[in-house]
Ligand binder design. Structure first.
Ligand SMILES: NC(=O)c1ccc[n+]([C@@H]2O[C@H](COP(=O)([O-])OP(=O)(O)OC[C@H]3O[C@@H](n4cnc5c(N)ncnc54)[C@H](OP(=O)(O)O)[C@@H]3O)[C@@H](O)[C@H]2O)c1
Length: 317
C-alpha cells in the first residue's frame, strides 16, 4: 500500500504559498534544500523498514504515523527482543520481525536506527539482500556515508542524518546528506521520514553533518548543563529546588519562543533589557569576565574535533 506524501519538516519556506498540511496524504515542500523548494511535490513513500527499533526509531514511527505520511501497514521493523516487538505491535499496529534481513526485504527505505557499535554487523547482514533501488538512511552518530556504501558492497543510494534528542517529542532538528546516487524522489522520501522528528535540513556537503553533530546533535547537552547551573544558582540564592526548576525552565522556553517570534537577533533582545548600571549589565559583565562565550565556542569546537576523530576511526576500520 502506498501513501502519497511530499517533503518533510514542520515549517514552511520562503516562497512556499501553502503551509504543510498534516493528517492526510498531501504535504507541501519544506526546508530540505534543493528538493521541491517552494513547489508541491507528491510522491509515494512506499514501504519503510526500521532496523533496530529503539528510542529514535520509535520517535520516527510515531511521528510519521501522527503526520499521516504513512499507514501502519507500510512499516516493518526489526528487534531482537520479543517483548519489545510485542510492545511496538500493540502500540502502533506496525509489523515487527526478529531478523534485519526479513525486515529489509521489499522496503523502499531502510532506516538504520541501531547504535554505531553494531551498525557494521547489521550492514554485513543486509548486504546479501539489499536491492539497488532500495535507499538506506542511517542516523548512527559518526558513521560516514563511505562506511555505509563500502559495507554494503558498493550500494549507491545511501543517506546519513544527525538528529538530536528533542526528536523524541517531535521537536528535534536534523541535518542530513546523501550520496550522489540518491534520486530527488528518494530524497523527498528521506526528508519526509526525517521530518517526523521535527525540522530537517538537507545539505549537499557531508561535512556539515559532522559540524551539526557538534552544534545541534550535542546541543541539548549544552542547554541542559546551563539549565542545571541556573537551577543551582537559584537554590544558592534561597529558592526551593522545585521553584528554581520551574523558574529556569519557563525562562528558557519563554525566551526561545520570544526570540523565534520576534525575529530579532539575540543581541538585540538582550540590549533591550540592559539598562545602564542595571542588573543585566552587572550579570553580563561577570559572564564575559568568566569567558562564557569562549567556553561555549571551545566546547563546540572540541565536540567537532571528537566527531572528526570518530569518523576517521570508522573510515580506517
Ligand atoms: N538518541 C538520540 O537523540 C540520538 C541523536 C542522534 C543520533 N542518534 C543515533 O540513533 C541511533 C539509535 O539511537 P537510540 O537512542 O534510538 O538507541 P537505542 O534506543 O539503543 O536503539 C537501538 C536499538 O537497536 C537494538 N539492537 C541492538 N542490536 C541490534 C541488532 N543487531 N539488530 C537490530 N537491532 C538491534 C537495541 O536493542 P536493545 O534494546 O536490546 O538494546 C535497541 O532497541 C544511534 O546510532 C545513535 O547514534 C540518536
Amino acid at each position: 500500500m502506498y501513501g502519497h506524501v511530499a517533503i518533510a519538516g514542520k515549517h514552511t519556506i520562503p516562497g512556499s504559498v501553502t503551509p504543510p498540511r498534516y493528517g492526510n496524504a498531501t504535504l507541501h515542500a519544506a526546508s530540505i534544500g534543493d528538493v521541491g523548494r517552494g513547489i508541491q511535490v507528491t510522491i509515494p513513500i512506499g514501504r519503510v523498514a526500521f532496523l533496530g527499533t529503539g528510542a529514535m526509531a520509535e520517535a520516527m514511527v510515531a511521528g510519521m504515523l501522527a503526520r499521516g505520511v504513512v499507514q501502519p501497514e507500510q512499516i516493518v521493523a526489526s528487534h531482537p527482543r520479543a517483548e519489545r516487538r510485542d510492545e511496538l505491535v500493540a502500540r502502533y499496529g506496525i509489523a515487527l520481525v526478529e531478523g534485519n534481513c526479513e525486515a529489509a526485504q521489499g522496503a523502499d527505505l531502510l532506516v538504520l536506527t541501531v547504535k554505531p557499535q553494531v551498525i557494521r554487523g547489521v550492514l554485513a547482514e543486509i548486504r546479501e539482500v539489499i536491492a539497488p533501488e532500495q535507499v538506506v538512511l542511517s542516523i548512527a552518530a559518526g558513521v560516514p556515508l563511505t562506511t555505509l556504501v563500502n559495507n554494503l558492497g558498493g550500494h549507491g543510494a545511501a543517506a546519513r542524518a544527525m538528529p538530536n534528542t528533542p526528536a523524541q517529542i517531535g521537536e528535534g532538528v536534523t541535518v542530513w546528506a546523501t550520496t550522489a546516487s540518491v534520486t530527488e524522489a528518494q530524497r523527498a522520501v528521506i526528508g519526509t521520514a526525517l521530518g517526523a522528528l521535527g525540522h530537517a535540513h538537507y545539505v549537499e556537503d557531508e561535512k556539515l553533518v559532522d559540524m551539526a553533530t557538534a552544534l545541534s546533535g550535542t546541543g541539548p547537552t549544552y542547554i541542559f548543563l546551563v539549565m542545571e547551573a541556573l537551577i543551582d544558582a537559584g537554590v544558592h540564592l534561597g529558592f526551593s529546588r522545585h521553584l528554581a526548576e520551574q523558574l529556569v525552565i519557563q525562562t528558557i522556553s519563554g525566551s526561545v519562543a520570544f526570540a523565534a517570534q520576534s525575529h530579532k537577533h539575540p543581541a538585540e533582545l538582550r540590549n533591550l533589557v540592559t539598562s545602564p548600571g542595571g542588573t543585566s549589565a552587572e550579570a553580563i559583565y561577570q559572564m564575559e569576565k568568566g569567558g562564557l562565550r569562549t567556553v561555549l565556542s571551545k566546547a563546540v569546537h572540541a565536540a567537532y574535533q571528537r566527531t572528526v576523530t570518530l569518523r576517521q576511526a570508522q573510515e580506517r576500520d
